[in-house]
Design a binder for this molecule. Sequence first.
Ligand SMILES: [Fe+2]
Length: 195
Amino acid sequence: MAIVKVPHLGRTFIMPAQIEIFLASIGVEYHRWTPAAPLSLDAPATQILNSYAAELENHKRAHGFVAYDVIELTPETSGLDEMLARFRQEHWHDEDEAHLIVAGRGVCHIHPVGRPVVMVELEPGDFLSVGREIRHWFDLCSERRLRAIRFLSQSNHIAYTQSGIEADYEPVCLGPAYFAYRPSLRPSASASKAA
Ligand SMILES: [Fe+2]
């Protein structure tokens, strides 16, 4: 599941229901999607699309998308560095931008007008739709691997803000280790003595 951080407010969200509500408040749709049948990491694209057929069709129809497909990025992908260099620059689109992560991890920074930047770390099963004209940028985590279902719209318009703000935010992915180390959930030594 996703991890959401708002560095300037010192806030972190890890519960899907909290994440859904918080992101909705800044114009971003988030859900956990479960495949109809378990998928292996190297499942063929047709099997992936069939596993989410109902959700994909519903979302496509409800939001005016024209199609969806499966994209894959790996360190061997031709032109990956150039592609990431473009994704990493703050930009916006005149249509919603929606993806479901199927394998791998990535991090999307979202910058709503007049509000602090929000970092959303995504992993398999996370569906994220950034609303039209909302400024954002994207990067892969250190493994540089991602498979995702991408919704396609009529327009491929991208507007770069040229703000350079992305340079202030390292795309550090916290990953599963973040959930393994939760000191606040463990009784401290002093608390044990007091008891
Ligand atoms: Fe984008």
